[in-house]
Design a protein around this ligand. Structure first.
Ligand SMILES: Nc1nc2c(ncn2[C@@H]2O[C@H](COP(=O)(O)OP(=O)(O)OP(=O)(O)O)[C@@H](O)[C@H]2O)c(=O)[nH]1
Ligand SMILES: [Mg+2]
Ligand SMILES: [Zn+2]
Length: 349
């Protein structure tokens, strides 16, 4: 199998290439394996090659490259994992990866389950267009295995849950069986969760660096620093990613509805159509919380993400208006300049 095929190239991708870069264009297909501050590596039929520039390219992208190594173009992405950049007043999206088929939300069993984190990552996963999975790691370190698995299954609300141990090599066959031919699975989770260890266990080799965790709280040391594709040998690929500190959502309304559909269904039952769902008469959400049918934590988690997205949209609108005003001012100024120019020409005559 050549290097390109090892990184998930199929006839279907080949067809897309011929469609988007038809002959007589001289270009070869390649896939971005790693894109790290301008240093971009791609898998091609010739092996792994360095390619120039392309700061907008992300790990997982399919690109057409010229023999000299420059990029001619990129195939449309079948899925796109993105988040809002942290500390960015302009509110821009940070693209984390492209063309991911399965998104593994990695949850370590060596520390208490964070329901909020699980829900937030699932929202982003659904929104990427990939199929989410929950992957529980470090099963060998769990002291309450059955309880935590049951709680995770309940919180994942229909998303498949896999349990693994990179130490005991448990659960690998099941997970391996779920990754179809030429599919790409990306792993997303906190530092120290065991993402790189799981990849090494799947590959059967110490391919990725792994790091120890802090004794106190099990937090990792951000060992993996770049998103990178690792081939499993049969054409399927796993994307290793640096541990997430937080995950600010980006245009994730669809994901929110996937994870919190039950809450959004309740809105229809509120007495007033413009119900703010604060403690007020006739609110179906508040009633469900009081009756114990809806976990208050879950409601607050939903509300927080919903407000985050609303504020993102307000900022996006302001930015757009500013952009419009500026281009309007520019058109007006150009018109004045043109008039001045004509006048001056007129006077000169
Ligand atoms: N006992 C046990 N330890 C594990 C398992 N998986 C990972 N570890 C340990 O957990 C620590 C962190 O593992 P990594 O694979 O580096 O974690 P990571 O998610 O890649 O972390 P970052 O790259 O920092 O995001 C290492 O000391 C691993 O040996 C497991 O299944 N069982
Ligand atoms: Mg890692
Ligand atoms: Zn209400």
């Amino acid at each position: 199998m050549n290097t390109l095929d090892q990184y998930g190239f199929t006839d279907r991708i080949g067809g897309l290439f011929s469609f988007h870069f038809p002959a007589p264009t001289v270009a070869e297909p390649a896939r971005i394996v790693r894109a790290d501050r301008g240093r971009v590596l791609a898998a091609s039929r010739r092996g792994i090659v360095h390619i120039d520039g392309g700061t907008s390219l992300v790990t997982g992208d399919w690109v057409a490259i010229k023999p000299a190594g420059s990029v001619l173009g990129c195939l449309p992405r079948s899925s796109l994992l993105q988040r809002k950049r942290a500390y960015d007043p302009l509110s821009e999206a940070q693209v984390l990866g492209a063309n991911i088929d399965l998104l593994g939300v990695v949850v370590p069993l060596d520390r208490p389950l964070s329901a909020n984190r699980l829900e937030r990552t699932l929202v982003a996963a659904w929104d990427s267009g990939a199929v989410p999975l929950v992957i529980l790691t470090k099963a060998d370190l769990s002291t309450r295995f059955d309880d935590v698995v049951a709680e995770t299954v309940q919180r994942a609300r229909g998303v498949e849950v896999y349990t693994t141990s990179a130490e005991d090599l448990d659960g690998l066959e099941n997970l391996r069986g779920r990754i179809g031919a030429a599919q790409t699975l990306a792993l997303l989770g906190p530092s120290g969760a065991g993402k790189s260890s799981l990849i090494n266990a799947l590959v059967g080799d110490r391919r990725q660096h792994t790091g120890t965790v802090r004794a106190g709280d099990g937090k990792g040391k951000h060992t993996t620093t770049a998103r990178e594709l690792v081939p499993l040998g049969d054409g399927s690929v796993v994307m290793d990613t640096p541990g997430l500190r937080g995950f600010a959502l980006w245009d994730a309304e669809t994901g929110l509805s996937e994870v919190f559909g039950d809450i959004e269904d309740l809105f229809d039952e509120c007495r007033f159509r413009d119900c703010a769902h604060d403690p007020e008469p006739g609110c179906a959400v508040q009633a469900a919380v009081e009756l114990g049918r809806l976990e208050e934590r879950r409601w607050l988690s939903y509300r927080k993400m919903e407000r985050e997205l609303a504020s993102l949209h307000r900022r996006q609108e302001v930015a757009e208006q500013r952009h419009h005003t500026r281009s309007f001012q520019r058109v007006a100024r150009d018109a004045v300049l043109a008039k001045d120019h004509r006048n001056r020409l007129g006077k000169g005559r």
